[in-house]
Design a protein around this ligand. Sequence first.
Ligand SMILES: [Zn+2]
Length: 82
Amino acid sequence: MIRVFICPECGKTRLVSKLLRADCRRCGAAMRLCDIPYSKWVELSEEEREAVSGRLTHLKEEEQTGRDTGRSEGGASYRPGG
Ligand SMILES: [Zn+2]
């Protein structure tokens, strides 16, 4: 039985056949077992997989749009770049 693992850190997915746990090969974090079986996973589209992956990760934070940070007018701010 093949299981689908998803990395909660970077969202990378892995298919594992025997192991009950898996580590991410990208960042080394302990991956989380996806509740979607492999037989279902292969039928998902790329967008649906990303949606599932995003649900299990904390990467996708709700963006706040139109937030006023109170910028000052009339003055070019100079930032010494690194
Ligand atoms: Zn990872």
